[in-house]
Design a protein around this ligand. Structure first.
Ligand code: URA
Length: 238
């Protein structure tokens, strides 16, 4: 939003008065006087008028290691939620950038920046998500080929983007997806009549859990939050 509109919306002054306040140097943006009426203000820009803060909201970006049995929603009647794993002071305005099933473990992202989470979860961004998958039956030899071609999901009327499957052992695989459809991993293996019995998300983009233990979280650095949009696996272009 433009600075003059922002001042008008957040004070009792009219349009001309707001412009005059800005021209007179009474408005600061990020602690600096700003006389540019068109200066772009977003929901995390600190803005003050006569040194009275009109808006100061810190953008937050967290990664969390979700344990099994914790639900990835912000509230639930029966189970603990991922927000319950965070200190009280961080809980109030965070939301999830993507979900994992109740039994799935691994990397989850939380933020209060709606634009960032929308971008992270958009299939068009093709951010790679890497899973370790354990299956009930041995993985059939044609599975990698089928996943690479894509599988038709009638419910959404879409074909999954080419996915990369690597064998770890007969019942364990590493699967890289470039989108995040509902129960996607289970449905892909279900298509080949194989049941997923263990699922863990290792990586999202270039982010991996590192030493983070189940139930622990940490803040992302500015570079991490930006670099998530650059391909994590440049050898593979779906
Ligand atoms: N795919 C699934 O089926 N479940 C998850 O939790 C994540 C991806």
């Amino acid at each position: 939003m433009r600075l003059d509109r922002f001042i008008q919306r957040n004070t009792l002054h009219g349009r001309q008065a707001c412009r005059a306040l800005i021209a007179a140097g009474r408005v600061k943006v990020c602690t600096e006087v700003c006389r540019d009426l068109h200066c772009d203000v977003d929901s995390f820009t600190t803005v003050s008028l006569d040194d009275q803060v009109l808006q100061a909201r810190e953008a937050r970006y967290l990664m969390l290691h979700k344990p099994a049995g914790v639900v990835s929603s912000t509230e639930h009647d029966e189970h603990r939620t991922v927000l319950d794993l965070l200190p009280e002071r961080l809980r109030h305005d965070l939301h999830l950038a993507g979900r994992l099933d109740l039994k799935t473990t691994g990397l989850m992202l939380l933020t209060n920046d709606g634009a960032w989470s929308r971008k992270v979860t958009q299939p068009e961004e093709k951010i790679p998500k890497v899973y370790t998958v354990r299956t009930k039956d041995p993985v059939a030899p044609q599975t990698a080929e089928v996943f690479l071609r894509g599988i038709y999901f009638a419910t959404e009327d879409i074909t999954t983007l080419p996915a990369k499957l690597e064998s770890i052992d007969s019942h364990t695989s590493r699967l890289t997806l470039f989108e995040g459809r509902y129960h996607q991993v289970k449905r892909m293996f279900g298509h080949l009549r194989n049941e997923v019995v263990g699922l863990h998300r290792e990586k999202v983009g270039q982010l991996s859990l590192g030493d983070l233990q189940p139930g622990q979280y940490r803040e992302l650095s500015a570079a991490e939050r930006i670099n998530i949009f650059t391909a994590g696996d440049t050898s593979y272009d779906p």
